[in-house]
Design a protein around this ligand. Structure first.
Ligand code: NAD
Ligand code: TYD
Length: 353
């Protein structure tokens, strides 16, 4: 048996690849374009594991994707590949439309052609799992109930609008063509291999480098944080037992304002790697201009996945954040390579031309 993962060199994708190969004997084909966010170093520990088959390529390359599907005959496709950073989507939305919307369309068409040609049981058993985000639902008022699966779509950023568009395509490919899809909406993840452009790894990196810790606006925007390995377990459970055509919200039951997240990180760093001058890392906190169109609050109601599929997050925010800080402290080389850009030379160095 084989599964195909798209975007498996990124943050969540690479965590998923590790989790999958640790838990299953199946082959995993990993299709990733290796944009700035894709990093083969994340998969370094899998060198020599012939169950992991990496292919550099674009989800929108229908010739390549069709060939991969025909050759490897996966029983499922898990679609992580996306442009994922809100701030980048504000400065340059084009790549988001290209990959998240047009790329997902091409992927769906390649997968539909493959799935249509499968025999009875293989066709019935096939799944396309689309990994989406809570950001498609827009922003919540402070006292509003958390997002349920039926919450109206109100995306506010180019990123969330492009993800919403891809969700609609996935839904339509199920309703119109019968493609056996599952869609998940997850809240903000954190953990190992998180690219240091996102809040948590950026703050750890800047703190250790003695740089300002930039807080957008008043820092009171709320996110619902989930440890990435909990997300990976939820995806495995949805793939295994999710009902066809359904959507599942995945969240941490863990709403925190950004300023509290940053202060907690500073305290952890004070304990685990104190500043040489004895000062608190919190002294580096700097309030900066707010993000344009900044969503105030996200919160996930994750009761459906718990009631139907028995999944709940295992990690608490305190334990997950501590593990994350410890991981970054133990992997300063990884951070150095990512922030210097040298990780992008690695393929050339390792594989030649
Ligand atoms: P990421 O930016 O870290 O990784 C994205 C990966 O996709 C990279 O390896 C990149 O090289 C690859 N990629 C980009 N364009 C591609 C293309 N055209 N063809 C093939 N590969 C391509 O993102 P992430 O944080 O790991 O997010 C993974 C998925 O989960 C995304 O779909 C995102 O919308 C969703 N999501 C993320 C979060 C979060 O907190 N990070 C929360 C909910 C949902
Ligand atoms: P981010 O990690 O970019 O995730 P998302 O925008 O998908 O939620 O940001 C998390 C929150 O942290 C968001 O409210 C924006 C805020 N933020 C800052 O205050 N400063 C920063 O430097 C960054 C990157 C984010």
């Amino acid at each position: 048996m084989t599964i195909l993962v798209t975007g498996g060199a990124g943050f969540i994708g690479s965590n998923f690849v590790h989790a999958w190969l640790a838990a299953q004997a199946e082959v995993l084909v990993n299709l990733d374009k290796l944009t700035y966010a894709g990093n083969l170093r994340n998969l370094h520990a899998l060198a020599g594991d012939d169950r992991h088959f990496f292919v550099q390529g674009d989800i929108g390359d229908t010739t390549l994707v069709s060939q991969l599907l025909a050759t490897h005959q996966p029983r499922a496709v898990l679609h992580f590949a996306a442009e994922s950073h809100v701030d980048r989507s504000i400065h340059g939305p084009m790549d988001f439309i290209q990959t998240n919307v047009v790329g997902t369309f091409h992927l769906l068409e390649s997968v539909r052609a493959y799935w249509s040609g499968l025999g009875g049981t293989a066709q019935q058993a096939f799944r396309f799992l689309h990994v989406s985000t809570d950001e498609v639902f827009g922003s919540l008022a402070a006292d509003a109930p958390a997002f349920s699966e039926t919450h109206a779509y109100e995306p506010n950023s180019p990123y969330s609008a492009s993800k919403a568009a891809s969700d609609h395509l996935v839904r339509a490919w199920h309703h119109t063509y019968g493609l056996p899809v599952l869609t998940t909406h997850c809240s903000n993840n954190y953990g190992p291999y998180h690219f240091p452009e996102k809040l948590i790894p950026l703050v750890i990196h800047h703190a250790l480098a003695g740089k300002p810790l930039p807080i957008y606006g008043d820092g009171m925007q709320v996110r619902d944080w989930l440890y990435v390995q909990d997300h990976c377990k939820a995806l495995m459970r949805v793939l295994q037992a999710g009902r066809l055509g359904e959507t599942y919200n995945i969240g941490g039951w863990n709403e925190k304002p950004n300023i509290e997240v940053v202060r907690t990180l500073c305290r952890l760093l004070d304990e685990l790697q104190p500043r040489s001058d004895g000062q608190a890392y919190a002294n580096q906190i700097t309030f900066v201009k707010d993000r344009a169109g900044h969503d105030r609050r996200y919160a996930i109601d994750a009761r459906k996945i718990e009631q139907e599929l028995g999944w709940r997050p295992e990690e608490s925010f305190e334990s997950g954040l501590r593990k994350t800080v410890q991981w970054y402290l133990a992997h300063s080389e990884w951070v150095k390579e990512v922030t210097s850009g040298s990780y992008r030379n690695w393929i050339g160095q390792n594989y030649g031309s």
